[in-house]
Design a protein around this ligand. Structure first.
Ligand SMILES: [Fe+2]
Length: 102
Protein backbone atom coordinates (compact mmCIF):
# COMPACT_ATOMS: atom_id res chain seq x y z
CA UNK A 1 0.00 0.00 0.00
CA UNK A 2 1.30 3.39 -0.97
CA UNK A 3 1.92 5.94 1.71
CA UNK A 4 0.07 9.23 1.55
CA UNK A 5 3.32 11.17 1.07
CA UNK A 6 3.66 9.58 -2.38
CA UNK A 7 0.49 11.25 -3.63
CA UNK A 8 -0.33 14.92 -4.09
CA UNK A 9 -4.06 14.34 -4.06
CA UNK A 10 -6.33 12.08 -2.06
CA UNK A 11 -5.51 8.51 -3.01
CA UNK A 12 -9.11 7.35 -2.70
CA UNK A 13 -10.42 9.98 -5.12
CA UNK A 14 -8.14 8.99 -7.98
CA UNK A 15 -8.97 6.40 -10.62
CA UNK A 16 -6.85 3.30 -11.13
CA UNK A 17 -5.76 4.83 -14.46
CA UNK A 18 -4.48 7.99 -12.76
CA UNK A 19 -2.74 5.99 -10.06
CA UNK A 20 -1.01 3.82 -12.66
CA UNK A 21 -0.07 6.87 -14.71
CA UNK A 22 1.55 8.34 -11.60
CA UNK A 23 3.32 5.07 -10.79
CA UNK A 24 4.77 4.88 -14.29
CA UNK A 25 5.92 8.51 -14.21
CA UNK A 26 7.58 7.99 -10.84
CA UNK A 27 9.25 4.80 -12.06
CA UNK A 28 10.55 6.60 -15.14
CA UNK A 29 11.89 9.37 -12.94
CA UNK A 30 13.63 6.87 -10.65
CA UNK A 31 15.13 4.91 -13.54
CA UNK A 32 16.51 8.08 -15.15
CA UNK A 33 17.94 9.21 -11.81
CA UNK A 34 19.66 5.82 -11.50
CA UNK A 35 21.07 6.19 -15.03
CA UNK A 36 22.59 9.51 -14.03
CA UNK A 37 24.05 8.19 -10.76
CA UNK A 38 25.54 5.06 -12.34
CA UNK A 39 26.95 7.12 -15.17
CA UNK A 40 28.71 9.45 -12.75
CA UNK A 41 30.16 6.47 -10.85
CA UNK A 42 31.35 4.87 -14.08
CA UNK A 43 33.32 7.98 -14.96
CA UNK A 44 35.25 8.13 -11.69
CA UNK A 45 35.65 4.44 -10.75
CA UNK A 46 39.23 3.30 -11.21
CA UNK A 47 38.59 -0.42 -10.59
CA UNK A 48 37.95 -1.84 -14.07
CA UNK A 49 35.71 -4.74 -12.98
CA UNK A 50 33.52 -2.46 -10.87
CA UNK A 51 33.45 0.17 -13.62
CA UNK A 52 32.15 -2.43 -16.09
CA UNK A 53 29.48 -3.65 -13.65
CA UNK A 54 28.30 -0.09 -13.04
CA UNK A 55 28.18 0.59 -16.79
CA UNK A 56 26.16 -2.60 -17.27
CA UNK A 57 23.75 -1.53 -14.53
CA UNK A 58 23.43 1.95 -16.04
CA UNK A 59 22.50 0.44 -19.38
CA UNK A 60 19.94 -1.88 -17.74
CA UNK A 61 18.35 1.17 -16.13
CA UNK A 62 18.08 2.80 -19.56
CA UNK A 63 16.19 -0.28 -20.73
CA UNK A 64 13.87 -0.08 -17.70
CA UNK A 65 13.28 3.62 -18.35
CA UNK A 66 12.28 2.90 -21.95
CA UNK A 67 9.82 0.24 -20.80
CA UNK A 68 8.15 2.77 -18.51
CA UNK A 69 8.15 5.37 -21.28
CA UNK A 70 6.50 2.95 -23.67
CA UNK A 71 3.85 2.18 -21.03
CA UNK A 72 3.16 5.91 -20.76
CA UNK A 73 2.97 6.28 -24.54
CA UNK A 74 0.44 3.49 -24.87
CA UNK A 75 -1.80 4.95 -22.20
CA UNK A 76 -1.58 8.64 -22.96
CA UNK A 77 -2.33 10.15 -26.39
CA UNK A 78 -0.29 13.30 -25.73
CA UNK A 79 2.84 11.28 -24.99
CA UNK A 80 2.10 9.26 -28.11
CA UNK A 81 1.67 12.36 -30.27
CA UNK A 82 4.87 14.06 -29.13
CA UNK A 83 6.94 10.92 -29.24
CA UNK A 84 5.80 10.37 -32.82
CA UNK A 85 6.82 13.95 -33.65
CA UNK A 86 10.27 14.04 -32.04
CA UNK A 87 11.68 10.55 -31.59
CA UNK A 88 13.90 8.90 -34.19
CA UNK A 89 14.18 12.12 -36.18
CA UNK A 90 17.22 13.94 -37.51
CA UNK A 91 18.13 17.61 -37.69
CA UNK A 92 17.25 20.59 -35.57
CA UNK A 93 14.76 19.63 -32.84
CA UNK A 94 13.32 23.13 -32.52
CA UNK A 95 12.87 23.11 -36.28
CA UNK A 96 10.73 19.98 -35.91
CA UNK A 97 8.57 21.83 -33.38
CA UNK A 98 8.11 24.76 -35.76
CA UNK A 99 7.14 22.41 -38.55
CA UNK A 100 4.77 20.43 -36.29
CA UNK A 101 2.97 23.62 -35.23
CA UNK A 102 2.43 24.93 -38.77
FE1 LIG B 1 15.77 -0.19 -13.13
Amino acid sequence: MATSSEWHESYGQMSEETLNFSRALKSLQEELEAVDWYNQRVEVTKDEQLRRILAHNRDEEIEHAMMALEYLRRGNPVFDKHMRTYLFTEGDILGIEEKAEE
